[in-house]
Design a protein around this ligand. Structure first.
Ligand code: GLA
Length: 375
């Protein structure tokens, strides 16, 4: 009876009413979704103290570094690693009992140029590049063995049509670079969850390519434990059906599904089907930056509705989904203010520029609280 009352209040009046049945403390994302999956945020090195840390610890039980473990950040020159920020993140996560995911080991972007060159400035030989991959992965994964719980081992290896992306890794090593990356990561930490991560893999062609790739790895006995659907989505893409089909198809492979980089772009798209292709750039025009002074209430509501829909799909697949990670803590810190052009005012996350919760946040709590009760 008491729980029913909480539910009906939750459905009408947001956070204040979504109290746990044991206290009057407002529930948090991590509490409400605890029966189903962990809820994470992408973090920056400035997030481990002050208001950012408070918000992080009050709502989330999982973290992923947005940039600080990318190759160019952690291993900028051949013989030097830069650990300060990654160490601070792992220390913060460990001290606070958070699940920590590493992002990312092998990706075509944000690599220093030396990785692909030999001493003469020519393309590195396959042997040299493979040895560099081994050293990079063993050193980074090995340093945080047992403390970083899983890794995006390979990020974005596929084109939109599902074929292999012509990255420098692919050009020099062929498709086998993917299997090798997983093997090296497994050698460095046999207990870590090892993920293939990509964007737009809800779409049928790219999804088919992803399924092909993962099946092949599984058939070869490669230690892959999950697929990361990035989920840089829009108000109208992907549809509920498309997303649900994609999750079901990945789950049918017998691996974990993770939503790894969730945000919802409410600004007009500069391209068709942009996904998160960082090579795309566009000129800033007023019509691409329609809300420089704040988000109108109707768009707030549309965003909340969309987040509610996404989380209701995740809940339908709760048996398959291990984690849902938001790609940032608040709107002001989102990459979508800078891409595909600088100077836009973006609103893709759950907390605003003052770190205040948005209607989207309350909507997700409401959806989770209802499901928690039914669970
Ligand atoms: C991709 C990458 C992330 C990040 C986003 C944009 O999704 O996986 O690391 O760079 O693009 O922030």
């Amino acid at each position: 009876m008491q729980k029913l009352l909480i539910l009906s209040l939750a459905a009408t009046s947001g956070l204040a009413a979504i109290a746990s049945s044991h206290s009057n403390t407002p529930a948090s994302l991590k509490e409400v979704y605890a029966p189903f999956f962990t809820v994470g945020a992408a973090v920056k090195e400035t997030h481990f103290e002050g208001r950012e840390a408070d918000l992080l610890l009050s709502q989330y039980n999982s973290i992923t570094p947005e940039n600080l473990l990318k190759w160019e950040k952690v291993h900028p020159t051949e013989n030097a690693f830069f650990w300060d920020h990654a160490d601070a993140m792992v220390e913060f996560g460990t001290r606070n009992g958070l699940e920590i995911f590493g992002h990312t080991l092998i990706w075509h972007n944000q690599n220093p140029e030396w990785v692909f060159k030999d001493a003469e400035g020519n393309d590195a030989s396959p042997e040299l590049l493979l040895e560099r991959m081994r050293n990079h992965i063993h050193t980074v994964v090995g340093r945080y063995k047992g403390r970083i719980h899983g890794w995006d081992v390979v990020n974005e290896a596929l084109n939109e049509d599902g074929s292999m992306r012509e990255s420098a890794f692919y050009r020099i090593l062929g498709e086998d670079y993917i299997a090798k990356a997983f093997i090296f990561a497994h050698e460095a930490d046999p207990d870590a969850q090892l993920i293939y991560n990509d964007f737009n893999i809800e779409n049928p062609e790219k999804r088919a390519g992803t399924v092909r790739l993962i099946r092949k790895l599984l058939d070869q006995g490669i230690p892959i434990s999950g697929v990361g659907i990035q989920e840089h989505v829009r108000l109208d893409w992907p549809s509920r059906e498309l997303l649900s089909e994609a999750i079901a198809e990945y789950a049918a492979l017998g691996i974990k599904v993770m939503i790894t980089e969730l945000d919802v772009d409410v600004l007009p798209s500069a391209f068709d089907n942009q996904g998160a292709d960082l090579s795309l750039h566009a000129e800033l025009r007023d019509e691409l930056n329609p809300y420089p002074n704040g988000l109108p209430e109707d768009v707030h509501q549309a965003l909340a509705k969309r987040y509610g829909e996404l989380f209701s799909v995740y809940l339908e697949h709760a048996d398959a989904i291990a984690r849902v990670t938001l790609w940032g803590l608040n709107d002001g810190g989102s990459w979508l203010n800078h891409w595909p052009m600088r100077g836009r005012t973006s609103y893709p996350l759950l907390h605003d520029r003052n770190m205040e919760p948005k209607p989207a946040f309350f909507k997700i709590l409401e959806v989770g609280a209802t499901a928690k009760y039914c669970h």
